[in-house]
Ligand binder design. Structure first.
Ligand SMILES: [Zn+2]
Length: 278
């Protein structure tokens, strides 16, 4: 079924969101649909017992760090001639889907988050930190977390590579409720495909260098010894200078969760984060 979903939704993350709703693991989901594909997608959802409410506005994706994912989007009128994406609020329960649409139109972040089944701690974290200038809360989550080593379930950085088990920003990478939710989602995937669940878990088990402006990097197949991380290859959203430094060295030394050393060069910044997911 996941492959069939992927043909319609063109993204693993979106396909999984639909799957969780279909399987009843999630009360409600929220996905972006390209405007020309809304009809086809809604037909498919309805045929599978899922209600879909479509937003009364559309969005243009902006400043995407990757081709798969953008946290920032610009709202435009649904009648605008510019092509955009609509949000679809999907649920097995018609009322839940229409409530979710209403919550978003009222900018009620906490209400929407709770309807989508997100933990209360994380909804409050979102409400407190999210604003027009701060739409990607990954580094805020890191700030709220202890150290830099976390269970792979909460690796939301991999969403830039179309892989994730959560569709919200956890308030901390150690948030218990988020971890439970991600485990439940991985079980759903596994029931449909051992191969895809293994692949998802494997990608999430990466070390991550997260920057606001110089790209997001997954350090693959890494091994950690003390503060040293050795890795075999780098997935990147941007072929920046930092990418070439990281991919030509294959090892780094963690100094703190916001700075590290490569070849005796210290790399740091307020907008830098390093995390190791296992
Ligand atoms: Zn939480």
């Amino acid at each position: 079924m996941i492959q069939q979903l992927n043909q319609i939704f063109h993204s693993i993350i979106k396909s999984l969101e639909v799957l969780y709703v279909y399987e009843g693991a999630k009360p409600c989901g929220r996905i972006l649909l390209f405007q020309d594909e809304v009809g086809k997608a809604v037909n498919f959802l309805n045929q599978n017992g899922i209600y879909a409410e479509i937003s009364d506005f559309k969005v243009l994706k902006q400043n995407a760090q990757s081709e798969f994912y953008s946290d920032r989007s610009l709202k435009i009128a649904k009648t605008s001639p510019e092509k955009g994406h609509f949000f679809a609020y999907i649920s097995r329960d018609a009322e839940t889907a229409s409530k979710a649409k209403a919550m978003e139109s009222e900018n009620n972040h906490i209400g929407l988050g709770m309807l989508l089944g997100y933990p209360k701690c994380c909804c409050e974290f979102f409400e407190k930190n999210f604003n027009e200038r701060n739409t990607d809360l990954t580094l805020d989550t890191l700030k709220n977390s202890n150290g830099f080593e976390f269970p792979f379930y909460t690796n939301i950085a991999a969403r830039h590579f179309d892989v994730a088990l959560l569709s919200h920003f956890p308030h901390s990478f150690e948030c218990n409720e988020s971890i439970m939710m991600a485990k439940k989602n991985l079980d759903v995937i596994q029931r449909h495909s051992n191969e895809i669940s293994a692949l998802v878990a494997d990608i999430l088990k990466s070390a991550v260098i997260y920057t606001a402006e110089e790209g997001i990097f997954l350090l693959r197949k890494y091994e950690k010894t003390g503060n040293e991380i050795e890795y075999s290859n780098v997935l990147t959203t941007t072929k920046s200078k930092l990418y070439y430094l990281l991919s030509s060295n294959k090892n780094l030394k963690v100094v703190g969760k916001n700075n590290f050393m490569v070849n005796d060069i210290e790399i740091r910044g307020k907008q830098f984060g390093i995390m190791a997911f296992a």
